[in-house]
Design a protein around this ligand. Sequence first.
Ligand SMILES: [Zn+2]
Length: 186
Amino acid sequence: MPISASQPLPPSADGVATPAGGTVTDRLVDANAHYASAFTDPGMDARPVLKVAVVACMDARLDLHDALGLELGDCHTIRNAGGVVTDDIIRSLTISQRALGTRSVVLIHHTGCGLLSLTEDFRHELAAEVGQRPTWAVEAFKDLDEDVRQSMERVRTSPFLLHKDDVRGFVFDVTTGLLREIDPQR
Ligand SMILES: [Zn+2]
């Protein structure tokens, strides 16, 4: 697989509507101006109302708030490639629990994840190409269920977290929108 730095997106690339001559970011900034024009301060506390942190893949097809019936202010959403529990996810969960009062953890992987088609070769090829070895693992996986179990285990065994009694893991099906719960015991 070729590895290259992302190229700047030309205006209207792939048919994406952008303001005349603008980049995709210009489009987002314009959308924000519209959003803010109708926005009123909800006066919320930073602590999530439902006391839950959701760890999920960054996949563009996964709309966590809609899929889980969440409202603004309800939860922390912590996302990365794969929804894998890395050290940085543990960092966020630790702050989520110890500083912002969450108690439950929901882990979500999904069908058709890009990490299913990668291997640690990605990392070796990257190192060969750029001349610097990444400090991070790719965290690629072949078995979704097994990786959800691995992620649950990493949360449950973290010494930094206060609350590990309500940790559940799921696979989201991007074709049906349904969650399938993963038994931690297999
Ligand atoms: Zn994914």
